[in-house]
Design a protein around this ligand. Sequence first.
Ligand code: ATP
Length: 469
Amino acid sequence: MIESQPDPNAVAPAVANLDVIVSLAKRRGFVFPSSEIYGGINAVWDYGPLGVELKNNVKRAWWRAMVQERDDIVGVDAGILMHPQVWVTSGHVGSFSDPLVECASCRRRYRLDELPGTEELTQTDIKDPEIVDRLKLTCPVDGGKLSAPRRFNLMFKTYMGPVEEEAAIVYLRPETAQGSYVNFKNVRESTRKKLPFGIAQIGKSFRNEISPGNFVFRMREFEQMEMQYFVRPGEGAATAFEEWLPRRMAWYRAYGVTPERLRFREHAPDELAHYAKKAIDVEYRFPFGWKELEGIHNRGDWDLGRHQQATGESLEYFDPATEEKYVPWIVETSAGGDRAAFTFLTDAYREEEVRGEKRVVLGFNAELAPYKVAVLPLLKKRDDIVEKCHALRDDLAKDIMAVYDDTAAIGKLYRRQDEIGTPWCVCIDVDSLEDGKATIRDRDTMEQIRVDLSQVKPIVMERLAKARG
Ligand code: ATP
């Protein structure tokens, strides 16, 4: 099932420099630094008017593929705060940590395995207390001496209730998965689902990352899109695991990510998370290298087994076909909402030369584009044209995101819509008043067709349905 791994050097990223995306994102209102007028807060980003549309569309596309179109998967939306014991049972209090080193002179802190010179290290190397001396690692900023690595727990803590004491500590969840596990029994009993079945969830997670960065790739507050598939132990899990790999890869491709910039990477045995029997990542060729987009994990009976043991509540499943009773195993697909949106944004970017001028296009799949249609008047001073534009936009907006813009000449308006990935522009001109027709312009081909005003919406809706596949 695993495809051959392309040579990383042979595949160029969609943009050579991440700054191109960061500056477009800021300028056009996709993503802003959080609390910017206060100087910002590290590793938190806010989505602007276009970014929120893009991310909502990504989440909707995921929900469609993972819940709506599947008879065997249902959704939940669990709380971010959970009983603190959940995180002890899940192993996060004990082992959800990264190796941290600190510079003795500037006090900067780094995740050991992200320092230059550690690219080839195995997990055994990373656990070696002598590793900093062995590799003669120094602070990348001022060359200062680095401390030996220590484990740093990534969970954010806060207090529940009016007293800030040890007994009141709760955690901001570092993954959505546990909210699905603790609801396994509720969901199974309320839906009467038979195995195999899945629980899907989209929501915020929080990790006090030691070295966040690369824009929205690694943040301290982010969104996950996770699905837990409950299956028969052993072979049942192995089969489901193999089935989910190509499905998840196909999802990114279906929404337009260049296939050559996607690959699978299997985790080495010493790299596996505390819960995983097997893990394969879907990786994307970002401007800063091949990085994880999504993890597919065979978690065995780690989760339900441990929760059952900790609570005394039976989480066993009675299989009516074989009359066996067992604790289901779990195959998880764990994706990031922000990372996926970032990937679609980056991969959609292209620059072209049109009649001697540079044209920037975000070639989004129409389903993901923030605006589906822009309605543009050829002459903004003509009230009759403007009125028709507003009437058309209002009608389109009942079903899809449609925007009106008259702040520049038509050529410039088209370019602006290209740059934010709007698949279709509709222009209403003086002739429209006579013949009742409008021009639809396609973002990618720049082809223009003249159609009856009454046909604009059906044509756009039909093209949109096609993009959905
Ligand atoms: P990494 O190795 O990059 O730290 P991970 O293996 O810890 O990631 P998982 O725990 O498998 O990641 O999380 C599942 C998904 O959640 C990731 O594939 C990613 O898309 C998303 N994710 C995890 N951490 C972050 C983060 N700090 N910022 C944004 N997205 C994240």
